[in-house]
Design a protein around this ligand. Structure first.
Ligand code: NAD
Ligand code: UDP
Ligand code: UDP
Length: 314
């Protein structure tokens, strides 16, 4: 039974990069926050500054196992997000997306909680539609090295929409495009963290392939604002909704920008392209603009500046 009228929010994956920023924002808005994480790719350092807050609670738990709690809202972010982390134990990655989604949906069903899913632009695979709109079904290899993540997330979307249709669950499915900022794991191999760490150490900047592949990079604060607006939107908007920054850059442009901003002796070197690496990626965010009145505000250089400052403190 609930006596207080403060909102009780569960954030799975709350000790990760995005999750820790989300917990912080929810606390700022006055919610009681339960952060659940098995610390597979996240770390307690990301939430150390929140532990003293009496409205914040950390629970070490793997969401592939059932959990019984009383909650009003759920943000399901648990899942390793960087290719080297999600490919280390691919079976566990699929389990986290699929069994984890079933457990969180079961919890949402029992508690009648609104539930948010952190889906991904990876559901579009290596896309032949550009920029990607939500009605594009994607081009995903079902048996490749990225499939544990891509297909796991696609199956999670299926489960969300089936619980919505079959059990009337109040769902919010966001397709997140590449996001960067402070608290990215320095060794997780993602391009922004890799390039900044390499430049700061004066090591070579490793471009995979010829660097003509593109990505669109969203600063974390912009993304979290999108989460909040989506979660507060009317229950007729289940999604999927793309959230990302439509500014598109080649990986070579990113390398040159980071090098110019950090300075130092680093040289750009070329390495082989990983399997199934998408050639291009840019969100069409018309839906988010129209329904959430949301668009990213922070340009790449400003976001990189804040991210470089963070990596300098490590
Ligand atoms: P992250 O790896 O920093 O965070 C994921 C968190 O989930 C980690 O703290 C990890 O320990 C935890 N976790 C993993 N498996 C778990 C399990 N079975 N039970 C409980 N906790 C578990 O990654 P992130 O960048 O913060 O990504 C958060 C979410 O957003 C992920 O679902 C990811 O797929 C999605 N996403 C992120 C991006 C991005 O660019 N950062 C893009 C698209 C989608
Ligand atoms: N579940 C959970 N917490 C809850 C309710 C359910 O972890 O508060 C899990 C439980 O393990 C179950 C899954 O969510 O298997 C799906 O729940 P649902 O009610 O949809 O299915 P059922 O219990 O009928 O299999
Ligand atoms: N990449 C790169 N050098 C690196 C790390 C990544 O050139 O040190 C490339 C990678 O091959 C991909 C892009 O940068 O084309 C984005 O990689 P990331 O792993 O950050 O995200 P994702 O591929 O999942 O979008």
């Amino acid at each position: 039974m609930k006596i207080s009228n403060r909102k009780r929010v569960l954030v799975t994956g709350g000790a990760g990069f995005l999750g820790s920023h989300l917990c912080e924002r929810l606390l700022d808005e006055g919610a009681d926050v339960m952060c659940m994480d098995n610390l597979y790719s996240g770390t307690k350092d990301n939430i150390a500054h929140l532990l003293a807050n009496p409205r914040f609670e950390f629970q070490r738990h793997d969401i592939t196992f059932p959990v019984y709690l009383e909650v009003d809202e759920i943000y399901n972010l648990a899942c390793p997000a960087s290719p080297i982390h999600y490919q280390r134990d691919p079976v566990q990655t699929t389990k986290t997306s699929v069994h984890g989604a079933i457990n969180m949906l079961g919890l949402a069903k029992r508690t009648k909680a609104r539930i948010f899913q952190a889906s991904t632009s990876e559901v579009y695979g290596d896309p032949e539609v550009h920029p990607q709109t939500e009605d594009y079904w994607g081009r995903v290899n079902p048996i490749g090295v990225r499939s544990c993540y891509d297909e796991g997330k696609r199956c999670a979307e299926t489960l969300f929409f089936d619980y919505h249709r079959q059990h009337g669950l109040d769902i919010k499915v966001a397709r997140i495009f590449n996001t960067y900022g402070p608290r990215m794991h320095p060794n997780d191999g993602r391009v922004v963290s890799n390039f900044i760490v390499q430049a700061l150490k004066g090591e070579n900047i490793t471009i995979y392939g010829d660097g003509t592949q593109t990505r669109s990079f969203c600063y974390v604060d912009d993304l979290i604002e999108g989460f909040m607006r989506f979660m507060k939107s009317g229950d007729d908007l289940a999604g999927p909704v793309n959230l990302g920054n439509p500014g598109e850059f080649t990986i070579r442009e990113l390398a040159e920008t980071v090098l110019e901003m950090v300075g130092g002796p680093s040289q750009i070197v070329y390495r082989s392209l990983p399997h199934d690496d998408p050639k291009q990626r840019r969100p069409d965010i018309s839906l988010a603009r129209q329904h959430l009145d949301w668009e990213p505000k922070i340009p790449l250089k400003e976001g990189l500046d804040k991210t470089i400052a963070y990596f300098k403190t490590l």
